[in-house]
Design a protein around this ligand. Structure first.
Ligand code: IMP
Ligand code: MG
Length: 178
C-alpha cells in the first residue's frame, strides 16, 4: 500500500464484485435495448472500462467533461461543459457513468441539461456516493456503495490528478492535502 493512503476501502476483488453486481442489474433492466454509456471524464474511466466489459446488451460509449459552478453562486441547470457528447442522444437510452456523487451539484445540473435533449431514457450509474455531503438531491439508479465523508482516491479517482492509477480505492491521508 502506498504511503499516502491511510486505509484501503475496497480492494480489486471487492471492486470487481461491486461492478459485476451493477452490470447484472443493468443487463437485466436493459434487456432487448441498446444503451449509450456516457462516461464523465476523467474520474469514471477505470470504472467505465471495467463496467462496459461486463455489459452484455449492445452499447456505445461517449464522454463528457463537465463541472458545476458551485451551489452557492448559481442555480440548478448551470453546468460548465468543457467537452460535449459527440452525437445526439434524442430517442436513445442514456446511462451516465460517474465515479462519485458528492454534493450532487454536477449531476443534478447535468441530468436537467441532458433531459432537454429528449433521450428515450436517462439514468445514472455511480460507483460511489457520499450522502452526508449532499446539497442537491440526485437519484442514483445504479449505485455501487455509499461511503463516509472521507477523501478517497484510486480506481480512477484523483487528488491533484494523482493516484488515479491505484488498482484499489483508498482513503487519502489528510496530511497529503492539508
Ligand atoms: P459533486 O457531486 O458535484 O460535488 O462532484 C463530484 C465530483 O467531485 C466527483 O466527480 C469527483 O471528481 C469529485 N470528488 C468528490 N469527492 C471525491 C473524493 O473523495 N475523491 C476524489 N474526487 C472526489
Ligand atoms: Mg468526477
Amino acid at each position: 500500500m502506498l504511503n499516502d493512503i491511510s486505509k484501503i476501502l475496497f480492494d480489486e476483488k471487492q471492486l470487481n464484485t461491486m461492478v459485476q453486481k451493477l452490470a447484472d442489474r443493468i443487463n437485466s433492466d436493459y434487456a432487448g435495448k441498446q444503451i449509450i454509456l456516457v462516461g464523465l471524464l476523467k474520474g469514471s474511466v477505470v470504472f467505465l472500462s471495467d463496467l462496459m466489459r461486463k455489459i452484455k446488451v449492445p452499447c456505445t460509449v461517449d464522454f463528457m467533461v463537465v463541472s458545476s459552478y458551485g451551489a452557492s453562486t448559481v442555480s440548478s441547470g448551470n453546468v460548465k461543459i468543457s467537452r460535449d457528447l459527440s452525437s445526439s442522444i434524442e430517442g436513445k437510452n442514456v446511462l451516465i457513468v460517474e465515479d462519485i456523487i458528492d454534493s450532487g451539484n454536477t449531476l443534478s445540473c447535468l441530468l436537467e441539461l441532458l433531459k432537454c435533449r429528449n433521450p428515450e431514457s436517462l439514468k445514472l450509474c455511480s460507483l460511489l456516493s457520499k450522502p452526508s455531503r449532499r446539497e442537491k438531491e440526485v437519484y442514483i439508479d445504479y449505485l455501487g456503495t455509499e461511503i463516509p465523508d472521507e477523501f478517497v482516491v484510486g480506481y480512477g479517482l484523483d487528488y491533484n490528478e494523482l493516484y488515479r492509477n491505484l488498482p484499489y480505492l483508498g482513503v487519502l491521508k489528510p496530511e497529503v492535502y492539508s
